[in-house]
Ligand binder design. Structure first.
Ligand SMILES: C[S@@+](CC[C@H](N)C(=O)[O-])C[C@H]1O[C@@H](n2cnc3c(N)ncnc32)[C@H](O)[C@@H]1O
Length: 297
């Protein structure tokens, strides 16, 4: 705690960070134009989408009618694809696998950049063994159907949480992380803090459902609600992120500071927001958060 408090003396870079909103990817044409915008923002000015990328996205969109619920929608996986394609990480970690839809999207985008390297390119972690949307189906079951040639490049870890990252990589080894698990505050923050040491310095973490709380509030104002709940955890985290960030509709990427201990003041201030979990789960999360913060020093 003494170390954490002394780090509080470090001023925040800015109250809410520089945010660029590149808008929704509503069509294939927008995929191409926004790809260029995103590449420029990420300092890869001349980067273009590789052969086969648009065809792959067409094939995924064709599945929309028959897809399992719970996975990311097309506007979000267009952004995910563009981000992976531009940054071209060799290894990505995902928290929240469900059917494996987004893990397959990531694996395919990595493969288009690096070909078949023969190794694991995506580590995806889920707390459950079977899908909440269909209890008869194991976590990650869609991966072999969606990307048959790449199934062996995705490793699914069930009954695990983000703390398992330390078993999968050395410091700074992941080129990108995608967090799409428990959206209740403070879980998204805990996931970020647990992954941060293993993501490259100055690397990016992608967060899903960064407008879920506000969306739920609007629904409630019109007398509607969502069965799955509409927590604010990812939204507060994204909105208050004090470093660079890029948003596109429900999904947003946050850039890690080069000195990871710089996350501490921001995290402590976000921890003052009321938790959206209670009882032992809240106590366990608070302990885990302090532990993760201490490990950043
Ligand atoms: C929204 S779904 C993920 C969807 C997936 N990313 C996709 O787009 O295809 C969220 C998943 O996170 C898992 N989950 C919930 N809390 C978790 C936690 N603390 N750690 C790891 N996984 C968690 C759930 O079991 C669920 O399968």
């Amino acid at each position: 705690m003494r170390k954490l408090l002394s780090d509080l003396a470090t001023p925040l870079p800015s109250a809410t960070g520089d945010c660029v909103d590149i808008g929704e990817f509503r069509s294939f044409e927008e995929f191409e134009t926004k790809y260029v915008t995103l590449a420029t923002l990420l300092g890869r000015v001349r980067k273009i989408s590789p052969p086969g990328e648009l065809e792959f996205l067409h094939a995924m969109v064709d599945l929309d009618e028959v897809r399992y619920p719970g996975g990311i929608g097309s506007r979000d996986y267009f952004f995910l694809t563009a981000l992976v394609s531009i940054l071209a990480p060799r290894r990505v970690i995902e928290i929240g696998t469900l059917t494996g839809f987004s893990a397959a999207i990531i694996a395919a985008a990595i493969h288009r950049q690096h070909g078949n390297s023969g190794g694991i390119s995506v580590e995806t972690i889920d707390a459950r063994t079977h899908c909440g949307v269909d209890e008869t189906r194991p976590i990650g079951f869609e991966i072999p159907a969606l990307v048959p040639d790449l199934a062996s490049t995705v490793r699914v870890h069930t009954r695990r949480e983000s703390d398992f990252a330390r078993e999968l990589a050395a410091d700074g080894e992941f080129g990108l992380a995608f967090i799409d698990a428990d959206h209740r505050h403070p879980w998204p923050l805990l996931d970020v803090l647990r992954l941060a040491p293993y993501v490259q310095s100055g690397g990016w973490i992608l967060l899903h459902d960064i407008q879920l709380g506000t969306h739920g509030q609007k629904l409630r104002e019109t007398g509607q609600s969502m069965e799955s709940g509409t927590p604010y955890g990812a939204e507060w985290l994204f909105d208050r992120w004090p470093f660079r960030k890029i948003r596109s509709f429900h999904i947003g990427a946050i850039e890690l500071p080069s000195r990871k201990a710089d996350l501490i003041p921001f995290s402590l201030s976000l921890l003052e927001e009321p938790f959206e979990i209670s009882g032992n789960a809240a106590k366990r999360a608070r302990r885990a958060l302090y532990q993760s913060l201490a490990e950043l020093i």
